[in-house]
Design a protein around this ligand. Structure first.
Ligand code: SAM
Length: 251
């Protein structure tokens, strides 16, 4: 189950196998790997697939882990076409744009950071633009706290700030990088407690061994989710990134 790089596979992490997930890397290695960039409080540029994005101060600039989600939303490996999709922690808005181009029915672009939601709205309107059969809904919310009632989601993605060590006191860095496993516990609790998933709904969470993978999967199980490893990427520097697919069929 662990450390398998390559094409997308599905491997269930039942509770008996949680301990086969790697433990967090040593604290000093995690801190060294996640040193905040000096330019976070400046305006930056980002280009992907020929699309140009402008990141205002404090907005997360996508990296390789982000692109593991963005590519799959665009190519349908994470299928959003004709589905109700929530991009949790949408940041710059790349996955929301990709979902619009792919043909999602509804796109809820959620972030706790108003400037990220505004950047996403601007990018969506400029790059994806109005599309018949697709509704784009920007939402400023603390996870689903502030998300409208009555919406049931077919697919959710989240590249969370799950790093398990505090790498900075800067609140923008903490929000983007190192809120840790408790944030995901709250995310699972809200999804389950408010019954936010439609039948067959899927949640994709991407996390590495700079986070506490075992606690995250155990917390998800505690809220009735089964977890599969949809993909594992080995960056060849000790970091293993897991794309988890979670479902809650019992609900
Ligand atoms: C690692 S960044 C990912 C951004 C983007 N999805 C990507 O992959 O490039 C994490 C994002 O989660 C957002 N976030 C952090 N805490 C949140 C919360 N409680 N509710 C909603 N969004 C949150 C941050 O503002 C940030 O945009």
């Amino acid at each position: 189950m662990t450390g398998k790089a390559g094409k997308d596979t599905v491997d269930t992490v039942d509770t008996a196998r949680i301990d086969q997930l790697p433990p967090p890397l040593p604290a000093e290695r995690i801190i060294a790997l996640n040193q905040p960039k000096a330019d976070l409080h400046t305006t930056r540029r980002y280009t992907w697939r020929g699309w140009e994005f402008t990141a205002p101060p404090g907005v997360f600039l996508p990296g390789g882990t982000s692109r593991m989600i963005h590519e799959r939303v665009l190519d349908g490996t994470i299928e959003v076409r004709d589905r109700v999709y929530a991009a949790m922690g949408c940041g710059l808005g790349v996955e929301a744009v990709a979902a619009g181009v792919r043909g999602a029915r509804e796109i809820y672009a959620i972030d706790v950071h108003p400037d990220s939601v505004e950047a996403t709205r601007r990018h969506y309107e400029r790059i994806a633009g109005p599309r018949q059969g697709t509704r784009f809904v920007p939402v400023v919310a603390d996870l689903f706290d502030g998300f409208p009632d009555g919406v049931r989601l077919d697919v959710v993605t989240f590249n969370p700030p799950a790093v398990s060590q505090p790498v900075s006191d800067d609140p923008d860095v903490v929000r983007n990088v190192c809120a840790g496993a408790p944030l995901l516990e709250r995310f699972f609790a809200q999804l389950a407690g408010r019954d936010l998933l439609a039948p067959g709904g899927e949640v994709f969470v991407i996390v590495s061994n700079t986070a506490d993978l075992r606690t995250i999967v155990r917390d998800a199980a505690g809220h009735g989710f089964t977890t599969e490893v949809a993909h594992c990427h080995d960056w060849q520097d000790g970091v293993l990134t897991y794309l988890f697919r979670l479902r809650r069929e019992a609900a």
